[in-house]
Design a protein around this ligand. Structure first.
Ligand code: TYD
Length: 402
């Protein structure tokens, strides 16, 4: 019997799994999780959580070595595969670079640190080396100067998902083609090429290099770049040439630090996310607005997945909701359980009796029927909470209660 095994982690592995579940119902599907997959969704979805939810078998490598009609997809998998242990030769990996460049680790950090404006994703055959197998397909990804490594990682997940799905379909039809990687231009970076615990700003650099350092290490679920006692999230290059020694402080406030560099002064924005949350909760809107000055902070999400807009919505802070949306806050945001902004607006409505934010978000196009990762919608929550009597008739109509 034919089988697809998806080994790996994060949204990309989950997306591929969900695609296989809905498109290849006649084929057996199994998954192998990474070591750190504890079956709980976090800033990325858990492959094991979704496998359980969809009744997909959770396997080990030993379970699949001897299956001959197997398609093995390594999708952010954390182990090196030994092809000689498998009976099948249909072993594939998605790597987050334009191979032959950037084999190995830190693929969302290094291209930014090196000032690249292009990278990509590569779908390739697995051979006995690390990311050395024959290339089947590639897709380029633009890196813009405002992208952080976190932004780039999310782009790679999005583009990578499409590339795996497209090529899986070709493999199923027996149409795959591959070619050897070039020797020239091939580069490799091992795990120890970067020690994230030592992510400190190197001030003896140009303004451009400093901006790239900040962008490269700005990956909030793991770390932000540190300097002295602060964590920084964004770097603006100022027009004036530095006249002081690199690293000299020109100005320091609660929100930013201006530094001298090798060439131009830079304005480094501090991580003020928790200050924004507390200002919004307390209704200190003037202070909250003055903290929302960097583009990065507007859509930042904390360890629960809360963004400033989620916090303003949940706390019924209408003025801040409008202000954040005007600044470009993402209304399609959700927390790490898939709780939507409208679900927070529903809570605020029930708690305060004021449904202004809920109505505003619906007017902006948010979908009342969108489900969270547990498959539940606002209507499901309201009927189980028995809070229907607290909801005005126009809202009841919008959320189509069962
Ligand atoms: P990871 O899944 O470990 O893969 P890789 O190093 O092969 O890319 O990490 C994904 C991205 O997360 C990585 O490209 C950079 C970022 N990252 C950090 O910024 N800090 C960290 O401590 C780790 C582990 C990852």
């Amino acid at each position: 019997m034919k089988m697809i095994c998806i080994a790996g982690k994060n949204d990309i592995a989950v997306n591929v799994l969900l695609h296989c579940v809905s498109n290849y119902s006649d084929i057996k599907i199994g998954v192998i999780g990474n070591k750190n997959d504890i079956g709980k969704n976090g800033w990325q979805k858990s492959l094991l959580w979704y496998a359980k939810r969809h009744g997909v078998d959770i396997l080990t490598l030993n379970d699949v070595y001897r299956i001959d009609n197997l398609i093995f997809l390594s999708v952010e998998y954390d182990r090196i595969i030994k092809p000689e242990k498998f009976v099948t030769d249909k072993l594939y990996n998605i790597h987050f670079s334009l191979l032959p460049m950037y084999k190995g680790c830190h693929t969302s950090v290094l291209p930014i640190l090196h000032g690249q404006n292009k990278t990509g994703v590569t779908f390739h055959k697995i051979d006995s080396g690390i990311d050395t197998g024959e290339i089947i397909d590639q897709e380029e990804i633009d890196i813009v100067q405002s992208d952080t490594s976190y932004d780039l990682y999310k782009k790679m997940i999005r583009v990578g998902t499409k590339l795996v799905i497209k090529n899986l379909s070709d493999i199923m039809k027996g149409m795959e083609r591959s070619y050897c990687q070039d020797i020239l231009g091939s580069t490799y970076y091992p795990l120890n090429a970067i020690d994230y615990r030592k992510a400190y700003l190197n001030v003896n650099s140009t303004a451009y290099q400093i901006q790239n350092q900040i962008r490269a290490f700005c990956f909030r679920p793991y770390q932000l770049l540190r300097w002295e006692d602060c964590r920084y999230i964004e770097c603006e290059i100022l027009e004036n040439r530095s006249t002081e020694k690199p690293g000299n402080i020109i100005e320091n406030t609660e929100i930013y630090t201006v530094l001298s560099t090798i060439d131009y002064d830079v304005k480094l924005y501090k991580d003020v996310l928790s200050d924004i949350f507390s200002a919004i909760e307390k209704g200190e809107n003037v202070w909250a607005k003055s903290l929302c000055v960097s583009k990065q902070i507007i859509n930042a999400q904390d360890c629960h997945g809360w963004s400033p807009l989620i916090v303003a919505t949940y706390n019924g802070n209408v003025e801040m909701v409008k202000y954040l949306i005007q600044l470009g806050a993402d209304i399609y945001v959700n927390n790490w359980n898939g709780t939507t902004l409208l679900m927070y607006a529903k809570d605020a409505g029930i708690n305060s009796g004021n449904w202004t934010i809920f109505r505003l978000l619906v007017d902006l196009g948010l979908d009342c029927n969108k489900k969270d990762y547990y498959g539940r919608s606002i209507a499901d929550y309201i009927s189980s909470e028995e809070s229907i009597d607290k909801i005005p008739p126009d809202i009841v109509e919008l959320i189509s209660l069962p």
